[in-house]
Write a new protein. Structure first.
Ligand SMILES: Nc1ncnc2c1ncn2[C@@H]1O[C@H](COP(=O)(O)OP(=O)(O)O)[C@@H](O)[C@H]1O
Ligand SMILES: Cc1cn([C@H]2C[C@H](O)[C@@H](COP(=O)(O)O)O2)c(=O)[nH]c1=O
Length: 216
């Protein structure tokens, strides 16, 4: 039975790597995948992993009907055995509905990869719809870690090195990006709530007399 599967996790937990591995294993058996992505850090029409692998992909623009795209590929004689979607959090809710239709009407597996929540701990529209519609939600096995050693469950955004909780939902960027004005860091919930990034923790450790003051 074909499935809509949502592979979710924080930033930097290996989602794109797994997407590439699924594609590799299937193509080794002669299956042809259609790969969508949106706003990958490596640029338009790319699916890239921090392990250095990158592959060509179809940029899923906001206005694009993904179901119609797959149907057009098939009707022009193209072979599509399954569909991979990276950065699925950036898709519109209607585009996730279109992917569900690919599974149900075209009987193709769709593997979607994305982060669930943004830097404010709010669901992205695409992730929300995937949680609502997916046959299966898989949490990645390789856990990203907070600086404290706990499992990282949340994504923090930093601007000029300081954690922020207001701003545009979508700002493409990376973790461990020294020098970047906007960066990201994965944290456990406790430290996300306390706005305690690794840098803030180091600064607090250097001032042991100062008790931390939390926003709430
Ligand atoms: N130099 C490295 N050596 C081994 N593993 C690495 C290295 N750099 C990154 N990784 C692995 O790659 C993961 C990030 O993979 P990626 O697919 O880009 O993540 P995501 O798509 O979830 O943001 C890291 O969690 C880590 O496990
Ligand atoms: C938390 C958060 C992230 N983003 C962006 C930053 C990256 O470009 C992607 C996530 O990519 P990854 O492969 O999972 O590392 O999402 C954003 O735009 N807004 C956010 O709140």
């Amino acid at each position: 039975m074909p499935e809509l599967v949502f592979f979710s996790g924080t930033m930097d937990c290996g989602k794109s790597t797994l997407a590439l591995q699924i594609g590799h294993n299937r193509s080794a058996r002669g299956l042809q995948g259609l790969i969508f992505t949106r706003d990958d850090r490596a640029g338009e029409g790319k699916l890239s992993s921090r392990l250095g692998l990158v592959t060509e992909a179809v940029e899923a623009r906001p206005e694009m009907d993904l179901y119609a795209y797959v149907v057009a590929e098939l009707s022009q004689g193209g072979k599509v055995d399954y569909v991979i979607v990276d950065e699925a959090q950036f898709l519109a809710a209607e585009q996730i509905d279109q992917l569900a239709r690919v599974v149900d009407d075209l009987e193709l597996d769709v593997f979607a990869f994305g982060i669930t929540t943004d830097f404010r701990t709010k669901l992205f529209p695409g992730s929300q719809r995937l949680i609502e519609l997916a046959d299966r939600i898989e949490t990645l096995q390789v856990e990203a870690m907070c600086w404290c050693g706990a499992r990282a469950t949340h994504n923090a955004r930093t601007v000029g090195g300081r954690m922020v909780v207001e701003g545009e939902q979508v700002v493409v960027g990376d973790v461990n990006g020294p020098g970047a004005e906007v960066g990201y860091e994965v944290l456990c919930r406790r430290h996300h709530r306390r706005r305690m990034t690794a840098a803030a923790a180091r600064a607090a450790a250097l001032s042991p007399d100062v008790l931390p003051v939390y926003a709430n």
